[in-house]
Design a protein around this ligand. Structure first.
Ligand code: UD1
Length: 420
């Protein structure tokens, strides 16, 4: 197993390019199941979660080539509709094949994802919506067994809560359903929007793209035909490097970004005293004279993303005054707190709210990554801390950050990837 060894405090500088968004690539790869001809997707990040989904595609019978961030995938020969436990347990987002498999083949079996480090994360809303579309759903031996022998039927669905992968699953199911689906209270994350745009370009009539109400005119099981396309830049990777610049009082430029997808993050960086200058696809962070305390409450897009909460907690350790961070989406997304405390952070946790006093001179220590975004917060802490911070269990980071240590090294960080 590998770990990262960071010698801080670091001063960064220069520019890096941001990869394609993992959370956009996963549903769009799943959407290729709606098609029976080859599809070419560019700018796919080379991260572990993508490799995991490809493993699942291999088991389903897909033919594909993934090279230089381009995936060419042909799902004509798919002859298996089971997503097995061994794959789903390593990546919950495997649930994204449920909607498209059921819509195209009229049946599928997907292992129930089970619990997760950051919270319960049920999939009840995915299942309820599919039932409303006429699917018969049973839970057998830990699997969701879904059937729709006559195909899915378009209908009106109101999501009780905003769910990103839930919206994506039902959008894909609706694309091949019979008749019109009206989806109300749909997630508006840029990744959901790109899924709609690509399906629209593939011939599925979708009204209301970008809003929280969609009308989707299904093809009645007629496979769709995708044009070649590119995955949008990863807003969470970009936000993480903006925090890396901010926490080290450095100036860093990001290329291949969509600044408009990062408005809530940029607003908080301004509140902390940093300046961010952007043009169409680059962003430069200019550091604060002194970082100032800020308040954050995570919520759905376009609000402040839960996937940036941990990184801003690391930043708050260096900000002068009392910062307050409220986590509203996941009940257990504070696993990084005790690890940041090992670096010396002053954090008081009560319920869903963390209160931080800063600035604190962090001191290097051994820390343990617990989930994907928590891990990046520990790397940020290590950049700011004096001495050596070793971040263990970085397989969590590998799930979503491509070449993290190479990118940070290129910005001037003293960081090594070593074997335990
Ligand atoms: C996606 C992202 C993840 C991000 C999250 C919130 C992917 C692959 N993952 O996860 O990085 O942190 O959105 O922005 O895109 N819920 C239910 N029932 C359901 C579904 C969700 O109660 O059937 C709840 C969840 O427990 C959570 C909230 O709704 O409290 C939002 O979760 P959701 O948007 O579904 O997260 P994911 O799609 O799993």
């Amino acid at each position: 197993m590998d770990y990262l060894s960071i010698t801080g405090p670091s001063r960064l500088g220069g520019e890096i390019s941001i990869a394609g968004a993992k959370n956009a690539a996963l549903p769009l790869m799943a959407a290729t199941l709606l098609c029976d001809a080859p599809v070419v997707i560019n700018n796919i990040p080379d991260v572990a979660d993508i490799r995991t989904l490809l493993k699942l595609f291999d088991k389903l019978g897909s033919k594909f080539l993934f090279e230089d961030h381009t995936l060419t995938i042909d799902n004509e020969a798919v002859n298996n509709t089971t997503a097995t436990y061994d794959i789903v347990k390593t990546m919950r987002a495997s649930i994204l094949v449920l909607g498209p498999l059921l819509a195209r083949f009229g049946r599928c079996e997907v292992s129930l994802p089970g619990g997760c480090a950051i919270g319960q994360r049920p999939i009840d809303l995915h299942l309820k919506a599919l039932e409303q579309m006429g699917a018969i759903i049973e839970i057998k031996n830990g699997y969701v067994v879904a059937t729709a022998p006559e195909g899915l039927q378009g209908t009106r669905i109101i999501f009780d809560k905003i769910t990103v992968t839930g919206s994506e699953n039902i959008i894909m199911a609706a694309a091949l359903a019979k008749g019109k689906s009206e989806l109300i209270n749909v997630a508006k994350e840029p990744e959901v929007v790109q899924l709609c745009e690509v399906l629209h370009a593939a011939g599925v009539e979708i009204e209301g793209i970008g809003g929280d109400e969609l009308i989707i005119h299904g093809t009645d099981r007629e496979p769709v035909c995708f044009e070649e396309f590119s995955i949008i830049p990863d807003r969470i990777e970009a936000g993480t490097y903006l925090c890396a610049a901010a926490i080290t009082y450095s100036s860093v430029t990001l290329n291949h970004v969509r600044p408009d997808h990062l408005d809530a993050v940029t607003a908080k960086l301004h509140e902390a005293g940093c300046r961010v200058e952007s043009d169409e696809n680059t962003m430069t962070l200019y550091p604060a004279a002194r970082l100032k305390a800020f308040e954050i409450s995570t919520t759905e897009y376009p609000g402040f993303p839960t996937d940036m909460q941990a990184q801003f907690m690391a930043l708050a350790t260096q900000a002068e005054g009392v910062s307050i961070i409220e986590e509203r989406l996941f009940e257990n997304r504070f696993m990084h707190v005790s690890e940041l405390q090992r670096l010396g952070a002053s954090i008081h946790l009560k319920g869903h709210t963390a209160t931080l006093n800063g600035p604190i001179q962090l001191l290097g220590a051994d820390v343990m990554a617990t989930d994907l975004r928590a891990s990046s917060a520990l790397v940020l802490g290590g950049l700011a801390a004096s001495g050596v911070t070793n971040v263990h269990r970085i397989y969590h980071l590998d799930r979503g950050y491509e070449a993290l240590h190479e990118k940070l090294k290129c910005l001037g960080a003293k960081i090594e990837r070593l074997k335990e």
